[in-house]
Design a protein around this ligand. Structure first.
Ligand SMILES: Nc1ncnc2c1ncn2[C@@H]1O[C@H](COP(=O)(O)OP(=O)(O)O)[C@@H](O)[C@H]1O
Ligand SMILES: NC(=O)OP(=O)(O)O
Length: 316
């Protein structure tokens, strides 16, 4: 039986730099990543694709806020902005995968599943926003923005600039996991858990209700990978490998690492919160729940990494 991979595409990895943020630019990045994922499917792997939405959900929210302030158009809740990103990014990935299948003569189909992820209404994250969304600002811009928008919390995002942060409660359950699993085993390339899933709470009567937050797509992807019993969790991001002492002269790439060492490196502070740390936590959680292998690499290295030639390979 062919192996099932869950491949997470980073929201930032769809935006190459500040000069490449348009819909067309993101589509180019999606198409490039889709080519590499189609290469994996051509080699016989079954693939579930998840994706981030940090930059995109922030852009949509900001547009809506400006439209409310300037034109009095109704407010859009943050969870609805997340749902919008599942449609727009899901559409781009679904179309790009379909085009790749056609080019390669593969009789396959991609399908996007709108996905809801349950969180706890009393999760302390609602009082402590940590998830960076939208644009990056300089320190001076951040000061000016805070004065204009007293409710905003801005933090330095892994040394790359200041960003607005919003609550990011822990993903507890993926509502659509069974259909995602079934479609993947039936040979569909499933796109799901976009932006970590639309955050919802379960009400006392059992019904679901959207709640304002942006989930961490790496943690939600890890939960999905465990629940569908994926053979491998693959995290595609902006770097070919994970590094110790990242960005310093003594930087060292990790080729192969096992859980005990990885946990030691976490404790030593090698992985930046809000960027690499959630990916490492996602991998630890997947392996502790029985997963056999995880890889962290960049989109262009996906095929070589799964073939064992590059990337950071992590084992229990
Ligand atoms: N120890 C580390 N090794 C590699 N990259 C790191 C490390 N610490 C922080 N990073 C940064 O984390 C980034 C990945 O996080 P981010 O861009 O937030 O993810 P995503 O691709 O999911 O949007 C990398 O591109 C790199 O700049
Ligand atoms: N939702 C989310 O984790 O998005 P990014 O991967 O873009 O940060």
């Amino acid at each position: 039986m062919s192996e099932l991979l869950v491949v997470a595409i980073g929201g930032n990895s769809l935006i190459r730099d500040e000069a490449h943020q348009t819909v067309e630019d993101q589509n180019d990045a999606v198409c490039e990543t889709a080519g590499h994922i189609a290469g994996l499917i051509e080699r016989g792997y079954k693939v579930i694709i998840t994706h981030g939405n940090g930059p995109q959900v922030g852009f949509i929210l900001r547009r809506a806020e400006i439209a409310t302030a300037v034109a009095g158009i109704h407010r859009v809740p943050l969870y609805m902005c997340g749902a919008d990103t599942q449609g727009s990014i899901g559409y781009q990935i679904q179309q790009a995968m379909g085009n790749e299948f056609k080019k390669r003569g593969l009789n396959r189909q991609a399908v996007t599943i709108i996905t809801q992820t349950v969180v706890a209404v009393d999760d302390p994250a609602f009082q402590n926003p940590t998830k960076p969304i939208g644009s990056f600002y300089s320190a001076e811009q951040a000061e000016a923005i805070k004065k204009e928008n007293p409710g905003w919390v801005l933090v330095n995002d892994a040394g790359r600039g200041y960003r607005r942060v919003v609550p990011s409660p822990v993903p507890q359950e993926i509502i659509e996991k069974d259909i995602i699993k079934r479609l993947a085993h039936d040979g569909y390339c499933v796109i799901g858990v976009g932006g970590g899933g639309i955050p919802v709470i379960r009400q006392p009567d059992g019904t679901l209700l959207g709640i304002d937050a942006v989930l961490d797509k790496d943690l939600a992807t890890s939960l999905l990978a465990s629940e569908v019993h994926a053979d491998m969790l693959v995290i595609s991001t902006g770097v070919p490998k994970v590094y110790l002492n990242y960005g310093r002269p003594e930087e060292k790439a990790l080729d192969e690492v096992h859980l005990p060492d990885l946990k030691k490196y976490v404790a030593e502070g090698h992985f930046a919160p809000g960027s690499m740390l959630p990916k490492i936590q996602a991998v630890i959680s997947f392996l502790e729940k029985g997963g056999k292998k995880a890889i962290i690499t960049n989109p262009e290295s996906l095929e070589e990494a799964v073939a064992g030639k590059t990337g950071t390979h992590i084992y229990p």
